[in-house]
Design a protein around this ligand. Structure first.
Ligand SMILES: Nc1ncnc2c1ncn2[C@@H]1O[C@H](COP(=O)(O)OP(=O)(O)OP(=O)(O)O)[C@@H](O)[C@H]1O
Ligand SMILES: [Mg+2]
Length: 405
Protein backbone atom coordinates (compact mmCIF):
# COMPACT_ATOMS: atom_id res chain seq x y z
CA UNK A 1 0.00 0.00 0.00
CA UNK A 2 1.29 3.42 -0.98
CA UNK A 3 0.43 6.16 1.55
CA UNK A 4 0.01 9.54 -0.16
CA UNK A 5 1.96 12.59 1.03
CA UNK A 6 0.82 14.57 4.06
CA UNK A 7 -0.22 17.46 1.83
CA UNK A 8 -2.33 15.24 -0.38
CA UNK A 9 -4.03 13.67 2.65
CA UNK A 10 -4.62 17.06 4.28
CA UNK A 11 -6.30 18.38 1.19
CA UNK A 12 -7.91 15.49 -0.57
CA UNK A 13 -8.53 12.66 1.87
CA UNK A 14 -11.02 14.51 4.00
CA UNK A 15 -14.30 13.98 2.16
CA UNK A 16 -17.37 13.20 4.21
CA UNK A 17 -15.74 13.90 7.56
CA UNK A 18 -17.10 17.38 8.24
CA UNK A 19 -20.46 16.20 9.51
CA UNK A 20 -19.72 16.28 13.23
CA UNK A 21 -21.68 19.49 13.86
CA UNK A 22 -24.12 21.70 12.00
CA UNK A 23 -21.24 24.17 11.42
CA UNK A 24 -18.54 21.75 10.38
CA UNK A 25 -18.95 22.22 6.63
CA UNK A 26 -19.13 26.04 6.77
CA UNK A 27 -16.34 27.98 5.12
CA UNK A 28 -15.99 31.60 4.11
CA UNK A 29 -12.62 30.95 2.51
CA UNK A 30 -12.55 31.80 -1.15
CA UNK A 31 -12.47 28.85 -3.48
CA UNK A 32 -8.79 29.27 -4.34
CA UNK A 33 -7.75 29.20 -0.70
CA UNK A 34 -9.71 26.14 0.35
CA UNK A 35 -7.83 22.94 1.06
CA UNK A 36 -9.81 21.03 -1.55
CA UNK A 37 -9.33 23.57 -4.35
CA UNK A 38 -7.63 22.35 -7.50
CA UNK A 39 -4.94 24.97 -7.18
CA UNK A 40 -1.75 23.38 -6.17
CA UNK A 41 -0.38 26.43 -4.32
CA UNK A 42 -0.82 30.17 -3.90
CA UNK A 43 1.45 33.02 -2.90
CA UNK A 44 1.39 34.16 0.71
CA UNK A 45 2.41 37.83 0.92
CA UNK A 46 5.32 38.49 3.28
CA UNK A 47 6.30 41.87 4.66
CA UNK A 48 9.66 42.78 6.17
CA UNK A 49 8.90 45.01 9.16
CA UNK A 50 11.19 46.58 11.78
CA UNK A 51 11.46 44.05 14.59
CA UNK A 52 11.31 46.63 17.36
CA UNK A 53 7.89 47.73 16.12
CA UNK A 54 6.46 44.25 16.60
CA UNK A 55 5.88 41.83 19.46
CA UNK A 56 8.00 38.77 18.85
CA UNK A 57 7.77 35.50 20.81
CA UNK A 58 9.94 32.45 20.36
CA UNK A 59 10.12 28.88 21.66
CA UNK A 60 13.50 27.51 20.63
CA UNK A 61 13.17 27.95 16.88
CA UNK A 62 15.86 26.20 14.89
CA UNK A 63 18.55 28.50 13.55
CA UNK A 64 17.45 27.91 9.96
CA UNK A 65 13.85 28.96 10.66
CA UNK A 66 14.95 31.99 12.64
CA UNK A 67 17.21 32.97 9.80
CA UNK A 68 14.21 33.17 7.47
CA UNK A 69 11.72 34.97 9.71
CA UNK A 70 13.77 36.98 12.19
CA UNK A 71 16.96 38.93 12.32
CA UNK A 72 18.27 41.57 14.69
CA UNK A 73 16.28 44.39 13.24
CA UNK A 74 13.72 42.81 10.96
CA UNK A 75 10.83 40.35 11.19
CA UNK A 76 8.88 38.74 8.36
CA UNK A 77 5.13 39.16 8.73
CA UNK A 78 2.60 37.14 6.73
CA UNK A 79 -0.91 38.21 5.78
CA UNK A 80 -3.36 35.86 4.12
CA UNK A 81 -4.20 37.21 0.65
CA UNK A 82 -7.94 37.07 1.37
CA UNK A 83 -7.36 39.41 4.33
CA UNK A 84 -5.31 41.82 2.23
CA UNK A 85 -8.02 41.84 -0.36
CA UNK A 86 -11.16 41.89 1.80
CA UNK A 87 -9.96 43.94 4.79
CA UNK A 88 -7.77 46.76 3.41
CA UNK A 89 -9.00 49.12 6.14
CA UNK A 90 -8.03 46.79 8.97
CA UNK A 91 -5.71 48.84 11.23
CA UNK A 92 -3.12 46.07 11.34
CA UNK A 93 -3.14 45.57 7.59
CA UNK A 94 -2.53 49.29 7.30
CA UNK A 95 0.16 49.27 9.93
CA UNK A 96 1.93 46.45 8.13
CA UNK A 97 1.88 48.33 4.84
CA UNK A 98 3.11 51.51 6.54
CA UNK A 99 5.95 49.80 8.36
CA UNK A 100 7.08 47.47 5.65
CA UNK A 101 10.57 47.94 4.27
CA UNK A 102 10.41 45.12 1.75
CA UNK A 103 7.94 42.65 0.31
CA UNK A 104 8.17 39.07 -0.74
CA UNK A 105 5.97 36.06 -1.05
CA UNK A 106 6.06 32.44 -0.12
CA UNK A 107 4.42 29.65 -2.12
CA UNK A 108 2.07 27.85 0.24
CA UNK A 109 -0.57 25.18 0.14
CA UNK A 110 -3.49 25.17 2.56
CA UNK A 111 -3.66 22.52 5.27
CA UNK A 112 -6.93 20.93 6.37
CA UNK A 113 -7.61 23.81 8.75
CA UNK A 114 -7.53 26.33 5.85
CA UNK A 115 -5.71 29.06 7.81
CA UNK A 116 -2.60 27.04 8.51
CA UNK A 117 -0.49 27.07 5.36
CA UNK A 118 2.37 24.74 4.48
CA UNK A 119 5.44 26.40 3.01
CA UNK A 120 6.02 24.57 -0.28
CA UNK A 121 9.42 22.94 -0.77
CA UNK A 122 11.10 24.79 2.09
CA UNK A 123 13.57 23.34 4.54
CA UNK A 124 13.01 22.79 7.33
CA UNK A 125 9.39 21.89 6.65
CA UNK A 126 7.17 24.41 8.36
CA UNK A 127 3.76 26.00 8.28
CA UNK A 128 2.40 29.48 8.93
CA UNK A 129 -0.77 29.80 10.94
CA UNK A 130 -2.20 33.14 9.87
CA UNK A 131 -4.96 35.51 10.89
CA UNK A 132 -8.11 34.62 8.97
CA UNK A 133 -11.11 36.56 10.32
CA UNK A 134 -13.58 34.55 8.27
CA UNK A 135 -15.77 31.73 9.42
CA UNK A 136 -14.43 28.21 9.01
CA UNK A 137 -16.64 25.70 10.82
CA UNK A 138 -17.87 27.22 14.12
CA UNK A 139 -15.42 30.11 14.49
CA UNK A 140 -13.82 32.91 12.60
CA UNK A 141 -10.15 32.23 12.69
CA UNK A 142 -8.34 35.17 14.18
CA UNK A 143 -4.78 35.00 15.44
CA UNK A 144 -4.97 37.51 18.27
CA UNK A 145 -2.04 38.55 20.38
CA UNK A 146 -2.88 36.58 23.51
CA UNK A 147 -3.54 33.45 21.44
CA UNK A 148 -0.18 33.72 19.69
CA UNK A 149 1.80 34.40 22.82
CA UNK A 150 0.14 31.53 24.67
CA UNK A 151 0.81 29.03 21.87
CA UNK A 152 4.49 29.87 22.16
CA UNK A 153 4.33 29.54 25.96
CA UNK A 154 2.71 26.12 25.67
CA UNK A 155 5.18 24.96 23.05
CA UNK A 156 8.11 25.98 25.24
CA UNK A 157 6.67 24.35 28.36
CA UNK A 158 5.76 21.13 26.55
CA UNK A 159 9.16 20.90 24.94
CA UNK A 160 10.87 21.35 28.31
CA UNK A 161 8.60 18.73 29.89
CA UNK A 162 8.71 16.20 27.08
CA UNK A 163 10.40 13.67 29.37
CA UNK A 164 7.14 13.41 31.33
CA UNK A 165 5.36 11.95 28.32
CA UNK A 166 5.61 8.48 26.88
CA UNK A 167 7.79 7.69 23.85
CA UNK A 168 4.77 7.49 21.54
CA UNK A 169 3.92 11.14 22.18
CA UNK A 170 5.18 13.75 19.73
CA UNK A 171 3.99 17.22 18.84
CA UNK A 172 4.52 20.02 16.35
CA UNK A 173 6.33 22.88 18.01
CA UNK A 174 5.03 26.42 17.54
CA UNK A 175 8.28 28.29 17.52
CA UNK A 176 7.90 31.90 16.36
CA UNK A 177 5.08 34.41 16.66
CA UNK A 178 5.16 37.92 15.23
CA UNK A 179 2.34 40.25 16.24
CA UNK A 180 1.35 43.88 16.07
CA UNK A 181 1.11 45.79 19.33
CA UNK A 182 -2.36 46.83 20.43
CA UNK A 183 -3.51 50.06 18.79
CA UNK A 184 -6.77 50.25 20.73
CA UNK A 185 -5.96 50.25 24.41
CA UNK A 186 -9.57 50.99 25.42
CA UNK A 187 -10.99 47.87 23.75
CA UNK A 188 -12.71 45.18 25.80
CA UNK A 189 -10.36 42.58 24.37
CA UNK A 190 -7.07 42.87 22.52
CA UNK A 191 -7.71 42.53 18.80
CA UNK A 192 -4.15 43.02 17.57
CA UNK A 193 -3.13 40.05 15.50
CA UNK A 194 -0.18 38.33 13.89
CA UNK A 195 1.13 35.06 12.57
CA UNK A 196 2.70 31.92 13.94
CA UNK A 197 5.38 29.62 12.56
CA UNK A 198 4.96 25.89 13.22
CA UNK A 199 7.89 23.55 12.79
CA UNK A 200 6.46 20.58 10.89
CA UNK A 201 9.09 18.11 12.07
CA UNK A 202 7.54 16.04 14.86
CA UNK A 203 9.29 16.66 18.17
CA UNK A 204 11.25 14.85 19.56
CA UNK A 205 13.15 14.17 16.36
CA UNK A 206 13.54 10.54 15.31
CA UNK A 207 15.59 8.72 12.76
CA UNK A 208 14.20 6.67 9.93
CA UNK A 209 11.72 7.39 7.27
CA UNK A 210 8.10 7.89 8.25
CA UNK A 211 4.85 9.12 6.72
CA UNK A 212 2.47 11.51 8.42
CA UNK A 213 -1.23 10.67 8.26
CA UNK A 214 -3.83 13.07 9.70
CA UNK A 215 -6.48 11.38 11.85
CA UNK A 216 -9.38 12.23 9.53
CA UNK A 217 -7.56 10.65 6.58
CA UNK A 218 -8.14 7.24 8.19
CA UNK A 219 -11.90 7.53 7.61
CA UNK A 220 -12.10 10.32 5.01
CA UNK A 221 -13.00 9.60 1.41
CA UNK A 222 -10.71 10.57 -1.43
CA UNK A 223 -11.78 13.79 -3.15
CA UNK A 224 -10.91 12.52 -6.62
CA UNK A 225 -11.75 8.87 -6.21
CA UNK A 226 -14.46 8.10 -3.65
CA UNK A 227 -13.99 4.38 -4.27
CA UNK A 228 -10.50 4.37 -2.76
CA UNK A 229 -10.59 2.14 0.36
CA UNK A 230 -10.28 3.83 3.73
CA UNK A 231 -6.71 4.18 4.92
CA UNK A 232 -7.80 2.68 8.22
CA UNK A 233 -8.70 -0.66 6.64
CA UNK A 234 -5.51 -0.56 4.57
CA UNK A 235 -3.42 -0.07 7.69
CA UNK A 236 -5.25 -2.80 9.57
CA UNK A 237 -4.48 -5.15 6.67
CA UNK A 238 -4.72 -8.73 7.92
CA UNK A 239 -4.48 -7.62 11.54
CA UNK A 240 -7.17 -7.71 14.19
CA UNK A 241 -9.22 -4.51 13.74
CA UNK A 242 -10.19 -4.14 17.38
CA UNK A 243 -6.65 -4.63 18.68
CA UNK A 244 -5.22 -2.41 15.98
CA UNK A 245 -7.54 0.49 16.70
CA UNK A 246 -7.32 0.21 20.47
CA UNK A 247 -3.58 -0.27 20.76
CA UNK A 248 -2.36 2.04 18.02
CA UNK A 249 -4.93 4.80 18.13
CA UNK A 250 -7.42 5.05 20.96
CA UNK A 251 -5.48 3.97 24.02
CA UNK A 252 -2.33 5.98 23.22
CA UNK A 253 -4.42 9.08 22.58
CA UNK A 254 -6.22 8.62 25.90
CA UNK A 255 -2.86 8.19 27.64
CA UNK A 256 -1.58 11.37 26.01
CA UNK A 257 -4.67 13.33 26.90
CA UNK A 258 -4.49 12.28 30.53
CA UNK A 259 -0.72 12.83 30.80
CA UNK A 260 -0.94 16.34 29.33
CA UNK A 261 -3.74 17.09 31.74
CA UNK A 262 -2.04 15.66 34.81
CA UNK A 263 1.40 17.15 34.17
CA UNK A 264 0.47 20.51 32.66
CA UNK A 265 -3.29 21.08 33.06
CA UNK A 266 -3.60 21.14 29.26
CA UNK A 267 -6.84 20.15 27.59
CA UNK A 268 -5.65 18.64 24.33
CA UNK A 269 -8.22 18.64 21.54
CA UNK A 270 -7.52 15.34 19.79
CA UNK A 271 -10.14 15.43 17.06
CA UNK A 272 -9.36 14.01 13.65
CA UNK A 273 -7.67 17.19 12.46
CA UNK A 274 -5.38 17.77 15.46
CA UNK A 275 -3.93 14.26 15.56
CA UNK A 276 -1.40 13.02 13.03
CA UNK A 277 -0.11 9.46 12.92
CA UNK A 278 3.52 8.83 12.26
CA UNK A 279 3.59 5.67 10.17
CA UNK A 280 6.73 3.65 9.56
CA UNK A 281 7.72 1.99 6.31
CA UNK A 282 6.21 -1.30 7.48
CA UNK A 283 2.88 0.53 8.02
CA UNK A 284 3.10 0.42 11.79
CA UNK A 285 2.04 3.51 13.71
CA UNK A 286 5.13 4.53 15.64
CA UNK A 287 3.92 7.74 17.30
CA UNK A 288 0.96 10.07 17.63
CA UNK A 289 1.85 13.63 16.69
CA UNK A 290 -0.32 16.30 18.30
CA UNK A 291 -0.76 19.63 16.58
CA UNK A 292 -2.41 22.88 17.53
CA UNK A 293 -1.19 24.21 20.87
CA UNK A 294 -4.07 26.65 21.45
CA UNK A 295 -5.34 24.45 24.24
CA UNK A 296 -7.50 25.20 27.27
CA UNK A 297 -5.48 25.21 30.50
CA UNK A 298 -7.01 23.99 33.74
CA UNK A 299 -5.59 26.26 36.41
CA UNK A 300 -7.14 24.09 39.14
CA UNK A 301 -4.94 21.22 38.06
CA UNK A 302 -1.87 23.41 37.85
CA UNK A 303 -2.42 24.65 41.39
CA UNK A 304 -2.97 21.09 42.62
CA UNK A 305 0.45 20.07 41.33
CA UNK A 306 2.15 23.32 42.28
CA UNK A 307 2.89 24.32 38.69
CA UNK A 308 3.62 28.00 38.26
CA UNK A 309 1.53 30.14 35.95
CA UNK A 310 4.22 32.80 35.61
CA UNK A 311 5.07 31.77 32.07
CA UNK A 312 1.43 31.83 30.90
CA UNK A 313 -0.76 34.73 29.90
CA UNK A 314 -4.49 34.91 30.59
CA UNK A 315 -5.70 33.19 27.41
CA UNK A 316 -7.79 30.03 27.76
CA UNK A 317 -7.22 29.70 31.49
CA UNK A 318 -10.02 27.60 32.91
CA UNK A 319 -11.38 27.28 36.41
CA UNK A 320 -14.28 24.99 35.51
CA UNK A 321 -14.79 21.45 34.22
CA UNK A 322 -17.10 21.96 31.23
CA UNK A 323 -14.59 22.30 28.44
CA UNK A 324 -12.97 19.04 29.52
CA UNK A 325 -16.08 17.22 28.41
CA UNK A 326 -16.29 19.13 25.13
CA UNK A 327 -12.78 18.17 24.11
CA UNK A 328 -12.73 14.65 25.53
CA UNK A 329 -16.28 13.40 25.03
CA UNK A 330 -17.10 15.27 21.85
CA UNK A 331 -13.94 16.26 19.95
CA UNK A 332 -12.10 13.02 20.67
CA UNK A 333 -14.99 10.66 21.44
CA UNK A 334 -17.85 11.57 19.10
CA UNK A 335 -16.06 13.50 16.37
CA UNK A 336 -13.14 11.13 15.99
CA UNK A 337 -13.35 7.76 17.77
CA UNK A 338 -16.98 7.18 16.80
CA UNK A 339 -16.02 7.54 13.15
CA UNK A 340 -13.29 4.93 13.47
CA UNK A 341 -15.77 2.62 15.15
CA UNK A 342 -18.26 3.17 12.30
CA UNK A 343 -15.65 2.12 9.73
CA UNK A 344 -14.80 -1.00 11.73
CA UNK A 345 -18.44 -1.99 12.28
CA UNK A 346 -19.10 -1.59 8.55
CA UNK A 347 -16.07 -3.60 7.46
CA UNK A 348 -15.61 -6.35 10.00
CA UNK A 349 -17.96 -8.95 11.42
CA UNK A 350 -18.61 -9.68 15.04
CA UNK A 351 -17.72 -6.31 16.56
CA UNK A 352 -19.87 -3.92 18.54
CA UNK A 353 -19.34 -0.38 19.77
CA UNK A 354 -18.81 -1.44 23.38
CA UNK A 355 -15.81 -3.49 22.31
CA UNK A 356 -14.14 -0.11 21.76
CA UNK A 357 -15.71 2.06 24.44
CA UNK A 358 -15.31 -0.40 27.32
CA UNK A 359 -11.50 -0.70 27.26
CA UNK A 360 -11.24 3.06 26.75
CA UNK A 361 -13.38 3.73 29.81
CA UNK A 362 -11.34 1.26 31.83
CA UNK A 363 -8.03 2.77 30.74
CA UNK A 364 -9.21 6.29 31.55
CA UNK A 365 -10.36 5.26 35.03
CA UNK A 366 -7.20 3.38 35.76
CA UNK A 367 -4.69 6.03 34.69
CA UNK A 368 -6.80 8.91 35.98
CA UNK A 369 -8.44 7.76 39.22
CA UNK A 370 -9.18 11.33 40.32
CA UNK A 371 -11.07 12.16 37.09
CA UNK A 372 -14.33 12.93 38.91
CA UNK A 373 -12.64 15.82 40.64
CA UNK A 374 -12.00 17.53 37.30
CA UNK A 375 -14.72 16.30 34.92
CA UNK A 376 -18.48 16.94 34.91
CA UNK A 377 -20.76 13.91 35.27
CA UNK A 378 -22.50 14.56 31.93
CA UNK A 379 -21.46 15.48 28.40
CA UNK A 380 -21.20 19.18 27.56
CA UNK A 381 -21.14 20.81 24.14
CA UNK A 382 -21.38 24.22 22.49
CA UNK A 383 -24.61 26.14 22.73
CA UNK A 384 -25.90 27.98 19.67
CA UNK A 385 -25.89 31.25 21.62
CA UNK A 386 -22.73 33.29 21.82
CA UNK A 387 -21.09 35.89 24.04
CA UNK A 388 -20.19 39.43 22.97
CA UNK A 389 -16.99 38.19 21.37
CA UNK A 390 -18.97 35.67 19.34
CA UNK A 391 -17.66 32.75 21.36
CA UNK A 392 -20.29 30.04 21.91
CA UNK A 393 -21.48 29.35 25.45
CA UNK A 394 -21.28 25.79 26.73
CA UNK A 395 -24.34 23.71 27.57
CA UNK A 396 -25.10 20.50 29.37
CA UNK A 397 -26.46 17.85 26.99
CA UNK A 398 -27.55 15.77 30.00
CA UNK A 399 -26.13 12.67 28.27
CA UNK A 400 -23.95 10.13 30.00
CA UNK A 401 -20.42 9.94 28.57
CA UNK A 402 -19.57 7.03 26.27
CA UNK A 403 -15.79 7.23 26.31
CA UNK A 404 -15.16 7.64 30.05
CA UNK A 405 -16.94 6.23 33.12
N1 LIG B 1 -12.11 16.09 9.63
C1 LIG B 1 -12.00 17.19 10.35
N2 LIG B 1 -12.25 17.20 11.67
C2 LIG B 1 -12.12 18.33 12.37
N3 LIG B 1 -11.76 19.52 11.84
C3 LIG B 1 -11.51 19.55 10.54
C4 LIG B 1 -11.61 18.41 9.73
N4 LIG B 1 -11.30 18.74 8.49
C5 LIG B 1 -11.03 20.04 8.49
N5 LIG B 1 -11.15 20.55 9.70
C6 LIG B 1 -10.92 21.95 10.01
O1 LIG B 1 -9.84 22.05 10.90
C7 LIG B 1 -10.07 23.10 11.82
C8 LIG B 1 -10.11 22.50 13.20
O2 LIG B 1 -10.05 23.54 14.13
P1 LIG B 1 -8.81 23.74 15.06
O3 LIG B 1 -9.09 24.88 15.96
O4 LIG B 1 -8.41 22.42 15.64
O5 LIG B 1 -7.60 24.06 14.05
P2 LIG B 1 -6.88 25.42 13.74
O6 LIG B 1 -6.51 26.03 15.05
O7 LIG B 1 -7.68 26.27 12.83
O8 LIG B 1 -5.58 25.00 12.93
P3 LIG B 1 -4.35 24.06 13.30
O9 LIG B 1 -4.89 22.71 13.67
O10 LIG B 1 -3.53 24.04 12.09
O11 LIG B 1 -3.65 24.68 14.46
C9 LIG B 1 -11.39 23.73 11.43
O12 LIG B 1 -11.14 24.79 10.57
C10 LIG B 1 -12.09 22.61 10.71
O13 LIG B 1 -13.02 23.06 9.75
MG1 LIG C 1 -6.53 22.14 14.64
Amino acid sequence: MQIPSLIYLERYRNEGTRTYSSHAATTEAREDYRPDSNRDRFDLPLFAVPREQMLVYTANPSADLSAVYLDDDKAMFAIHPQVLDACPQDPYVQRTLNLCTGRGSLPVTPSSSTRTLFAVDRQPPHALKVHFPFRVSRYDRRMRHEVLEQAINVSRELEAGIGLLDPRFAFLREVIAVCHPNLDVGSAREENWGCLIRDMRPFPATRGSTRLVPGFALYGRDFYDPETPFLLTDLIGDGDPLLFVLENIMLPIIHHWVACFLHFGYLLEPHGQNVIFEVRKDNLISRIVHRDLSVGIDMRRRRDIGLSDSQLNGYNRMEHDKFHSIVYDRFMGSHFFDRLVDVCLDHYEGLCREDFTRPCKEAFASIFPEHRKYFPATVWYFSESRDRFNKPFYEDTGLAPDWRP
